[in-house]
Design a protein around this ligand. Sequence first.
Ligand code: NDP
Ligand code: 8X3
Length: 250
Amino acid sequence: MSLTAFITGATSGIGKATAELFAKNNIRLILCGRRKERLEALQSELSKLTDVTTLQFDVKNRKDVFKAISSLPREFSDIDILINNAGNAHGLSSIQEGDIDDWDAMIDINVKGLLYVSKAIIPKMTERNSGFIVNIGSVAAKEVYLNGNVYCASKHAVDALNKAMRIDLNKYNIRVSAIHPGAVETEFSDVRFKGDTEKAKTMYTGYKALQAEDIADVIHFVVTRPYHVNIEDLIVCPTAQASATIVNKN
Ligand code: NDP
Ligand code: 8X3
């Protein structure tokens, strides 16, 4: 029987590339995001390869998260793999100049959103004594860099929650992994710089950044190991990137 995966942030970047790769590998998909038209387009494309359903909700909205997940049709309600991927950086400012709305967005989406989705899905995994949770962290989960303050704090929280989930869910035979990417060329910097696409582009020029497909490949590798193998924590960077801020640009 094929596996069922629940992917948050499937409308773009890493989540979308993961959905595409999973579909090619016959993994059934529950695709989530806020942008309905993108969900519908992806569903119509990937349905040619596997069973796909979509859920449109904002991970910040606790009620909507639980309502959407409880509305899943019976045939999609046993989730084998949860990819906690939805998230973004909002702004890049010093702590003294940062915008509190940006701080709220990062804590509410990257931390609380991940918790709400996990809380809605984990009980069925514990009931079945089986499941796999992949949390998408960041190099910002391992390092703090200039003006990264709240984004780094939100991803450090993801790192801590990843470890906490692995400990608490250990007796239920549930695998928990984190993947921490460095620079990946997605819509991430467009969001961080609030639609300033020129500025966003400069984040990926002068070197070969990771592509969303590179991280999808790693996620697929992690979730397809034999059940007794759990890859706990992976940092994946472009070859040109030695740390969050050291990038060998030409
Ligand atoms: P994108 O901006 O391309 O994708 C972000 C995804 O998250 C979109 O599908 C978006 O969907 C979804 N999302 C954002 N906010 C919400 C929300 N409130 N509710 C529901 N869904 C939401 O970025 P990436 O693919 O690069 O980012 C994916 C993950 O990888 C994030 O957690 C990010 O922090 C992490 N990461 C990214 C790196 C990079 O360099 N790109 C490096 C390290 C980590 P929609 O707008 O439709 O809701
Ligand atoms: C995204 C990578 O370095 O911009 O998480 O924080 S970085």
